[in-house]
Design a protein around this ligand. Sequence first.
Ligand code: NAD
Length: 259
Amino acid sequence: MLNNKTAIITGSTSGIGYGIAAVLAKAGCNIMLNGFIDDASLAKIKRDLEIFGNKVSYSSADMKDPLQIKGMIDQAEKELGSVDILVNNAGIQQVSPIEDFPDNAWDNILAINLSSSFHAIKHALPLMRKEHWGRIINIASAHGLVASAQKSAYVAAKHGLIGLTKVVALETAEENITCNAICPGWVLTPLVQKQIDDKAAAQKISKAEAEHNLLAEKQPSLQFALPTQIGEMVLFLCSDAAAQIKGASLTIDGGWTAQ
Ligand code: NAD
């Protein structure tokens, strides 16, 4: 379906981003991976994604650095020919009451989870306009729609990302370019595993119990969403069927925000 299209997925060396890259590679996209990873693991995931006969490149750009973000977009144009699909997925988390929240954690979360999307969209949009086609998908969160205590920076960044999504959708409304947000609930990735491990240690309970409590508190389905389920939603948003979905925030959250 997406033969010869090129997709950048930020933060795609792990978790949800890798799940999205796998779905898009299978659909025929050339892929620009990004994120932190050692050489051996990178070689393995490149091999896994190249079996579909597409090109796979990698950028080590740090999403905290606007210059490196521009470098990633330039690299994609040079190595893969264009940027047709941009998935802003890179994200980090830190949990703490606001009065103890470290200043540098606030700055890093805002930079990686919000500002990086601004910089990537700013530089990718002219390439999409040249091709008269583009898809921008921002991986927000249920925490872009509702809040939880102790996540001031994350919730602020994800609410901001949904605002940014709407503005970009309006600025491209008359073009064959769409910008939407996906709002996952709990997905079992390294980012969430750390929160489970921290809860288990703090409350002196088993990891299985901490996992159950985490789901029971927020996600009525009591099941994690899968990275590939987020990837399938990205694929749908890239299809012609989704051409009129603009500025939407689509939940995949097991009922979290229906409550
Ligand atoms: P993860 O920790 O598994 O993956 C994060 C990815 O981002 C990795 O590839 C990592 O290398 C990369 N990354 C981190 N800092 C970076 C930086 N400075 N520059 C470039 N890359 C960087 O996390 P995940 O759970 O897959 O989360 C992916 C996205 O989905 C995040 O934006 C997260 O907020 C969002 N999300 C996750 C969940 C969940 O339950 N896991 C729920 C809702 C939203």
